[in-house]
Design a protein around this ligand. Sequence first.
Ligand code: PXP
Length: 255
Amino acid sequence: MAKSVHAPAHLRLGVNIDHVATIRNARGGRHPDPVRAAKLAIEAGADGITAHLREDRRHIRDDDIARLKAEITKPLNFEMAATPEMVEIALKTKPHAACLVPEKRTERTTEGGLDVAGQHNMLAPVVAKLKDAGIRVSLFIAAEPGQIEMAVRIKAPVIEIHVGAWCDALSEGQAVQADAEWQRIRDGARMAKKLGLEVHAGHGLNYATAETIAALPEIVELNIGHYLIGEAIYDGLKQSVKLMRAAMDRGRKKS
Ligand code: PXP
């Protein structure tokens, strides 16, 4: 079958280590150390490390970001809200990449995508400032045409598609909704790639969903955290990263 998009054989895996810090913070102190976890994840095959410094510092703290930047040997993807405080930290840290995410104090995790269409006036200068500092900027958005078009208009080079609703629908056995979400992701990835954006995906992925989404040739990076850290309780972090890597490789071969 003819393929219109050539999928890079290697789909990048960004390992999000936020929840190592969640466990550490449950008791205070330094153990377990998210930087040690990041190094292990890299040894096991992660292509980069993702960490979200939230406004309330509920998991990752400022010194974790500084240590990750100083100590890891693969690219750091700094997840951040588009606030003056976080922009200042990003400009000081100069991570390889910054992923702009919406943030609400009351949410348990990043619940929805960024409203780029509604907030472009606020987001455009943030994107420009980070890009000027040599940081690769991505916008964490739902796979909606209006959001994708606006990401292009404000000159973001990368989007990360929020796949949480698809993962939730699958895990709750809502086949019709899961199907609708999947079509949205697939169409959104195609549209974004056609418009010249680099396309990533993340949120809520497990071995099975990562394998499925790896078959979309437009997607070049997955960012995965909670499930990997959860599986590490049973198997160890190196093994969970290796199993994820294998699932992604199997999926990519089907693209
Ligand atoms: N990508 C983004 C932009 C996120 O906000 C998150 C959650 O912090 C993830 C990926 C990882 O999601 P999960 O922890 O559910 O794998």
